[in-house]
Design a protein around this ligand. Structure first.
Ligand code: ADP
Ligand code: GLC
Length: 486
């Protein structure tokens, strides 16, 4: 089976969040199961730099306004991933200072509709034989950036005998790719697609809605989030459509890429370790404390956060709970970047209590590994969380997750209570989104920490969980098979 994955970022070449981790791991996991997976990516500088032996497959002639920006399709190899990749080389769209979606001042590029419509259009062309040597059976599009893939495929349907099946995966429903109505007229889609039964959403063009409306199957990244987004609270205005398509929507939990995240082999750590020999973890913790200027000893555990600093992640709860956390004798370290107000508040907290709180602002892959390995607890108190990966990394690294019972966090962490400690506890889970509840949960963490045998029992159970990609890849493969004629 040939599967084309379409996404805007991919680890290790370009990453702004968990989407890149998934995009990097899933095609490889599919290949391990015998499927023939390739990816299609926009030609951002970092992607082009990682593409080996590119050959030009076609000079592209997209419709509408996109025709004005020269673009060609390359096929090359991503040696970092052992994967063949199609890359859209359109420097006018993709080679800019700043990030993939926003400029250096963090503002969305004004032509984002065209930049990502091109991704959708090229995917649909690949679905119609643009590369005669490799025709996909299924195209799998990720998040709003690839939301127009199924729309362009549908637009081609009347003239094609056979098109590949199309799966659309929601990684975060809150980011929808909304543009003014006038943008729609520049994309070369049939006029009647701008309808409530199509890409229109409250008078605007909505890429996420296009994906949800036109794809053959919908998935999201945890079973619990698949349920949550069908309700008004988490549906971001699209819950009606999701309810209408409920029988075609499923939740497939993300995995952890064991080649990147495994404490037994992680070359980014000062010392490796495993469940049967945790000495390396103690070394990681000492090294981390030295690196961050934290006191060499503490009466409580070392808590950490590795996160984008956005409203979604609930980090103002952590800010409010920090005084109680350090009064209890624990320490806290954060790696993150994003919202300027949150960055300043965490920086101030660290400046006020340097031996107990450490904050590193920015994006640092290697430090994320050292921080997760060296800490004892990882906090993910999200307001909402489609899946969440850092709590999974925490489980694997013997760093107990403290999470809110929401989205994929609820699917992956089992709370520690008297009645669960001997059976299934792997971390700490709280319900109410309030600093008081977080503080109470921190007290529960500290109480367990004072009981080393029980702490180790919960930690070992967490480390033994299997969150490898094989299960998720198997579920995706079954879904792809359901879309292809036998
Ligand atoms: P989201 O995709 O919503 O940001 P996830 O938990 O799914 O949340 O994935 C976040 C990914 O980004 C993880 O791999 C995490 O380690 C990484 N990450 C987040 N912030 C940083 C940072 N400041 N530096 C390095 N890695 C980070
Ligand atoms: C999104 C979500 C996150 C999820 C990631 C990968 O960024 O916010 O919860 O883990 O996508 O699917």
């Amino acid at each position: 089976m040939r599967i084309l994955q379409v996404c805007a970022e991919i680890f290790p070449l370009l990453k702004t969040g968990g989407l890149a981790d998934v995009a990097g791991a899933l095609p490889q996991a599919l290949r391990t199961l015998g499927a023939d997976a390739r990816v299609l990516l926009p030609g951002f500088d970092a992607i082009l730099a990682g593409l080996q032996s590119p050959v030009e497959l076609a000079s592209l002639q997209p419709p509408g306004e996109m025709a004005r920006t020269p673009a060609r399709l390359l096929l090359g190899r991503l040696p970092a991933l052992g994967l063949d990749a199609y890359v859209i080389d359109a420097p006018g769209y993709y080679c800019r200072p700043g990030g993939p979606y926003t400029d250096a001042g963090n503002q969305p590029y004004p032509d984002n509709a065209l930049r990502f419509a091109l991704l959708g259009w090229v995917a649909a062309e690949l679905g119609q034989g643009l590369d005669p040597a490799w025709e996909a059976d299924v195209i799998h599009a990720h998040d709003w950036h690839a939301g127009l893939v199924p729309a362009y495929l549908r637009a081609a349907a009347p003239t094609r005998a056979r098109l590949p099946g199309c799966v659309f995966t929601v990684h975060n429903l809150a980011y929808q790719g909304m543009f003014e109505r006038a943008c729609f007229d520049t994309l070369g889609l049939p006029a009647h697609f701008f309808s409530i039964h199509g890409v229109e959403f409250h008078g605007a063009l909505n890429f996420m809605k296009a994906g949800l409306y036109y794809a053959d199957r919908l998935t999201t990244v945890s079973p619990n989030y698949a349920r949550e987004i069908q309700g008004p609270e988490q549906g971001c205005g699209l819950d009606g459509l999701l309810r209408a398509r409920a029988h075609e929507l499923s939740g497939i939990l993300n995995g952890v890429d064991g080649a990147v995240w495994d404490p037994a082999t992680d070359a980014l750590l000062p010392a490796c370790y495993g469940a049967d020999d945790m000495a390396g973890k103690a070394r990681c913790r000492s090294a981390l404390r030295r690196e961050l200027g934290l006191a060499a000893r503490a009466d409580g555990p070392l808590f950490c956060v590795v996160s984008r600093l956005t409203e979604q992640k609930g980090l103002h709860l952590v800010l409010q709970a920090l005084p109680a956390l350090i009064v209890g004798g624990a320490q806290f370290a954060l790696l993150g970047s994003g919202d300027a107000g949150l960055e300043a508040a965490f920086r101030d907290a660290a400046a006020a209590t340097p031996g107990s709180i450490a904050v590193r602002l920015g994006y640092d892959e290697a430090f994320a590994h050292r921080l997760i390995a060296g800490s004892e607890v990882i906090m993910v108190p999200s307001h909402y969380e489609p899946c969440g990966l850092t709590q999974l990394y925490g489980l694997k690294y013997g760093t107990l997750p403290l999470v809110r019972r929401v989205g994929g966090l609820a699917d992956t962490v089992a709370d520690t209570r008297l009645e669960t400690i001997d059976t299934d506890a792997t971390g700490f889970v709280f319900d109410e989104f309030s600093p008081t509840t977080l503080e109470q949960t921190i007290l529960r963490v500290n109480a367990l920490y004072r009981r080393p045998p029980e702490w180790k029992q919960v930690r070992s159970r967490g480390m033994a969980q299997d969150f490898g990609w094989a299960r998720a890849a198997g579920e995706y493969l079954a879904l792809y098979h359901s879309l292809t004629p036998v």
